[in-house]
Design a protein around this ligand. Sequence first.
Ligand SMILES: [Mg+2]
Length: 210
Amino acid sequence: MKNIINKIKFILMDVEGTTTSIDFVHDTLFPYAYDKMESFIKANPELVSGLDNPTATLKQWIKEDKKEPLLKTIQGHIWKEGYESGELKGHLYDDVPAAFKRWKQDGLGLGIYSSGSVLAQKLLFTYSKFGDQDQLIEANFDTKIGHKREKQSYTNILNDLNLSGDEVLFLSDISEELAAASESGMHVIQLIRKDPVNSPFDQIRSFDEI
Ligand SMILES: [Mg+2]
């Protein structure tokens, strides 16, 4: 893997299943927003004006994992309060902070590309269980730049970063995302944080291996 690091300038990372346990999102963040929904809406009714039965509707959307922009916005506000009060701490795998430090010392840029909103990304890394890691991250992308399984999204990110594909390494657990990034010219490595998967990509279990 070391020979890849010598060639690249920037490491772009997925979050769920890569820097962070998928369980954190499903077992901590989503239930937290669900439980706080009613009190949050009572305190901030202006955010949901025009929506019938807002608490029940938004809770139902969480259950159905709906990609409604309003839900994402409200969840973002609830998580922000939770992180700021110290009730929530962003989960990162143990190898992540040391790798961030090492890569920064090597002069690399770091970025995040996740289907979670940029706000949610910044909160998770700012209030991580290892303290503020967000200050080491210089670029955040969410699905506003495009969907994660489409080549064009990665081309858009390269344009935004003003880098060529072979200057960027993308890390993700999902084969379809790696395939799309690879088509854009990026180097890719697959994270196997849990169960093994069959894929044509180089695989690692920890950032320590890069
Ligand atoms: Mg993932």
